[in-house]
Design a protein around this ligand. Structure first.
Ligand code: GSH
Length: 222
């Protein structure tokens, strides 16, 4: 049975799924949803995800939205070590994945909405909101920087879904200008992922190309 994943190459959330599927060797069929044309808000798409958000997985009758849940679905299907190599590691992976969604990526996503969405939409960015987001990003990045001082991966001795979830805000850093480069261990960890995980580098190239082509087409550079 073909596993369809609906998403846009310019989306950091879709990148998480594409990268994880490639690393795990799970074949997926990309169903393109052009987010710049609002294609995640058509009546047909809203039947898949009423929130109008991508990515969405469709595997026969099974529909899953939220990139982290999709990656867990794929990892269980592939019996992949990306979910942890022991029961203890699995809970650590889940702990960091939940933290990433609630305390980390959320601020980066809102920064993208303010800095990129705001400019594209013509209303610019709100300085008070941006300052609040940067404060939260720096507080979380500082903890990650300490965590990564003596280790190569977020959990254990190998790549897991926790690395992929926490690395996600780097997908748009060229555009959001999130201050990750103030945190040397965090920055070095991301560089290592790009150098040692081909799927992470490949999906970054595709994402940057998609974003840059769209922004160029509307006369914008970041
Ligand atoms: N928490 C969700 C975030 C999904 C999300 O924000 N997707 C964006 C692209 S990165 C989207 O589809 N946006 C479409 C829209 O807002 O219209 C996940 O991890 O999957």
């Amino acid at each position: 049975m073909t596993i369809n994943i609906y998403g846009d190459l310019g989306s950091g959330s879709f990148r998480r799924v594409r990268a994880a599927a490639k690393i795990m060797g799970v074949a997926i069929q990309h169903k393109n949803i052009d987010l710049f044309k609002g294609e995640s808000h058509t009546p047909d798409f809203l039947k898949l995800n009423p929130h109008g958000l991508t990515p969405v997985l469709q595997d026969g009758d099974t529909i899953v939205w939220e990139a982290s849940a999709i990656n867990i679905y794929l990892a269980e299907k592939a019996s992949s070590p990306l979910l942890g190599r022991s029961a203890k590691e699995r809970y650590e992976v889940l702990q960091w994945m939940f933290w990433s969604g609630e305390q980390w990526r959320v601020y980066a996503t809102l920064l993208f909405n303010e800095r990129v969405g705001g400019r594209v939409g013509g209303q610019g960015e709100d300085a008070a909101i941006v300052n609040l987001l940067l404060k939260n990003i720096r507080a979380a990045a500082s903890v990650l920087d300490g965590h990564l001082a003596q280790r190569n991966f977020i959990v254990g001795d190998g790549l897991t879904l926790a690395d992929i979830d926490i690395a996600a805000p780097f997908s748009q850093v060229d555009r959001t200008k999130a201050p990750f480069d103030e945190f040397p261990n965090l920055w070095a960890w991301q560089q290592r992922l790009l150098e040692t995980v081909p799927a992470w580098a490949e999906t970054k190239r595709d994402l940057d190309h998609r974003m840059d082509s769209f922004l160029e087409s509307i006369g914008m550079t970041f």
